[in-house]
Design a protein. Structure first.
Length: 62
């Protein structure tokens, strides 16, 4: 399972970071950084939650 970020679409709201801080974070410029794009079963629920809370649909699971 992989988290895919549509960087131009991301507005830096940070809701995804709140849902899955071990997988992603906002840098000092407010840009989303995927710390781990490849996720296993243990992180699948957190990754899914991060995708669902994004208000601009900048994340998806592939």
């Amino acid at each position: 399972m992989r988290i895919v970020l549509d960087r131009p679409r991301c507005e830096g709201h940070g809701l995804c970071e709140e849902a899955a801080p071990e997988l992603m974070h906002l840098d000092d410029d407010g840009e989303l950084v995927l710390d781990r794009a490849e996720v296993g079963e243990a992180d699948a629920a957190r990754a899914g939650a991060a995708v669902r809370v994004c208000p601009v649909a900048a994340l998806r699971i592939a």
